[in-house]
Design a protein around this ligand. Structure first.
Ligand code: SF4
Length: 277
């Protein structure tokens, strides 16, 4: 039997990819409300979600399972911290490299060019799981991309015929999604009043604004971030270690109290001195 004939024989299997964010939450809740067929909801844990996000995921899981639908949480059996602080790939470096650089233990902080965490903690884990299902089923994957996320909608991977974008079909924007979730009683304990996106709290690719908010609203996580930074070899961001950021934010607070600007030449030249001190 040809490959395509075999594929035709396979049963459709509807998966909802659920990150826990506002868009995929709105998609999932609305699909449940409409009574749409869902065979399985898949969520992937990076080990570094906000505590409020873990509570949100648990709450949605209960709703999904009460509707008689399978909810699967995937995670790499090796933790984020393992890859960050311990992992060493002999394949990726010349022979003897680690003997010469014993300090380069673990992959350290991700950069925009080396997003190892997206790959190890999400993509590979999800792909492996889907591969096993694909042997048995014709997978249809529902992805929570909002109608106003034009760039993401246009990506080749999201245009594949086994992908369905329900929010785009319904014309739901990101703002519509958040409102719908709030109306349904899902509020992430205020996470979206602070952040536009709720991804890993320790992400080095987040903006200064997000990091300021992390320090302000989640001091315990900020302290954990400092501890992580003290244990690793790559600088947290190109211009700042976490300690540097702390100095910058403290300096900003001082300037604000004195009604001085925090983005002018005077600010940056004094900041430079403080960071070098
Ligand atoms: S949100 Fe940041 S830390 Fe988390 S997986 Fe993505 S790039 Fe890595």
């Amino acid at each position: 039997m040809s490959k395509s004939a075999k594929a035709l024989e396979k049963q459709d299997y509807i998966i909802v990819s659920f990150s826990g964010g506002k868009d995929s939450t709105a998609m999932l809740l609305r699909m449940l409300e409409l009574g749409e067929k869902i065979d399985e909801v898949i969520s992937c844990d990076t080990y570094k979600e906000f505590p409020a996000m873990y509570r949100h995921l648990d709450k949605v899981k209960v709703a999904v399972e009460s509707a008689g639908i399978k909810f699967t949480t995937l995670r790499n059996e090796k933790s984020f911290d393992y890859f960050m602080f311990e992992f060493r790939s002999e394949k990726e470096h010349p022979v003897g490299f680690f003997k010469e650089h014993p300090e380069l233990k673990g992959r350290s902080w991700a950069t925009s060019k080396v997003r190892w965490c997206t790959k190890e903690m999400k993509i590979k884990v999800i792909q492996k799981y889907l591969r096993s299902l694909k042997e048995q089923y014709n997978i249809i994957q529902c992805v929570g991309i909002a109608a106003d996320e034009t760039l993401r909608i246009g990506r080749k991977g999201n245009q594949e015929k086994n992908k369905r974008l329900p929010l785009v079909e319904w014309g739901w924007t990101e703002a519509d999604c958040l409102k719908y979730c709030y109306d349904k009683g899902y509020d992430w304990e205020g996470l979206y009043e602070i952040y536009d996106r709720a991804s890993c709290w320790c992400c080095p690719l987040q903006s200064l604004k997000s990091l300021r908010n992390l320090r302000l609203h989640f001091p315990e996580l900020w302290n954990e971030l400092k501890e992580m930074d003290a244990k690793t070899w790559r600088k947290f961001q190109v211009n700042y270690s976490v300690r540097d950021l702390e100095k910058r934010f403290e300096f900003e607070e001082e300037r604000r109290k004195r009604n001085l600007p925090i983005k002018d030449k005077g600010f940056y030249s004094e900041l430079k001195e403080r960071l070098c001190a």
